[in-house]
Write a protein that binds this ligand. Sequence first.
Ligand SMILES: *[C@@H]1O[C@H](CO)[C@@H](O)[C@H](O)[C@H]1NC(C)=O
Ligand SMILES: *[C@@H]1O[C@H](CO)[C@@H](O)[C@H](O)[C@H]1NC(C)=O
Ligand SMILES: *[C@@H]1O[C@H](CO)[C@@H](O)[C@H](O)[C@H]1NC(C)=O
Ligand SMILES: *[C@@H]1O[C@H](CO)[C@@H](O)[C@H](O)[C@H]1NC(C)=O
Length: 294
Amino acid sequence: MHGVYCFVVVVVLLWESWVTADPQTTLLNSGCSQYNASDTSAFVTTFNETLTDLRYSLSSKAADSSAARFATAQRPRTAEPVYALFQCRAYLSSADCLDCLSVAEVGIRRCGNAKGARVIYDGCILRYEGSIFFDQTTDIGNAGVCNGSAASDAGFSEAAKALVTDLTIATPRISGFFAAAERGGVFAVAQCVETVNEEGCAQCLTVAGANIDGCPPDTDGRAVDAGCFMRYSSKSFFPANQTVDLSQFLSSGKSNNKGAIIGGGVGGICGLLLLAIIALLWVKRSRKRQGVRT
Ligand SMILES: *[C@@H]1O[C@H](CO)[C@@H](O)[C@H](O)[C@H]1NC(C)=O
Ligand SMILES: *[C@@H]1O[C@H](CO)[C@@H](O)[C@H](O)[C@H]1NC(C)=O
Ligand SMILES: *[C@@H]1O[C@H](CO)[C@@H](O)[C@H](O)[C@H]1NC(C)=O
Ligand SMILES: *[C@@H]1O[C@H](CO)[C@@H](O)[C@H](O)[C@H]1NC(C)=O
């Protein structure tokens, strides 16, 4: 392929992929407290203020800082106290993160004046309660959400389980409690809320790992909980530059497989890049179509 031509195609595709937003709003889990606020109007006022605080806190942060993906807000000294927490997956753009908050806000308002509620999407989690819960790790209602047809590749299950295990160990040791990785055709992420400590993160991800472990050979699996999130898929669902080398965080000192990507002429790299981008766009499209239904 001619170098210049390829370059133009790559730039055009990258641009399109960049402007194609995807806040990943497939709903995975939701719940409303069975207790209602007794003073409805006080609750709604406080709740609205808390949500405004959350949005302000997220959007006032530098778009590329991890703080733009996590926020808490609280109104303790009111007739109906509200404590709220919001987190996006760290790989979302800040614009997608705010879009996910908008969807979550609509979703959580379906709980009316319930004293507490949560909604968990692929892209984000929003939760509020009448008392503080920010250090909570695992909670009743933690679950695995399996989906997709059985993977045709015989090695997929093993690869998925191994990557989930490594993420469980590595993520609590990583600053920001987020890791994305790709290995053996499996894409996976793990994340804890930033208000737990390393031990709490590890504890939550251990439960999540056990929940998601039942999903393979399904091509998609998620684990949802109060304090953490995990997901694996046979398809990429995060930008390639988000992956981290897990081996440096694993005490077992396993060697990692690198080197395969390096080599090949410019044409080879460009061709591979094109294929990767086209695959990515296709995945985004199909995910977007799914998202419309929820
Ligand atoms: C709270 O916010 C909702 C949604 O934006 C709005 O419909 C409602 O009027 C607000 N209520 C109060 C009391 O601010
Ligand atoms: C709470 O309010 C909802 C309506 O918003 C109602 O359907 C539900 O029964 C109430 N729950 C209790 C325990 O009163
Ligand atoms: C599960 O897969 C179906 C079919 O592809 C899709 O419509 C649905 O949104 C998926 N659900 C989740 C939670 O991913
Ligand atoms: C990943 O790439 C995007 C552009 O495609 C860029 O905005 C972002 O800063 C990059 N992130 C990292 C961690 O390098």
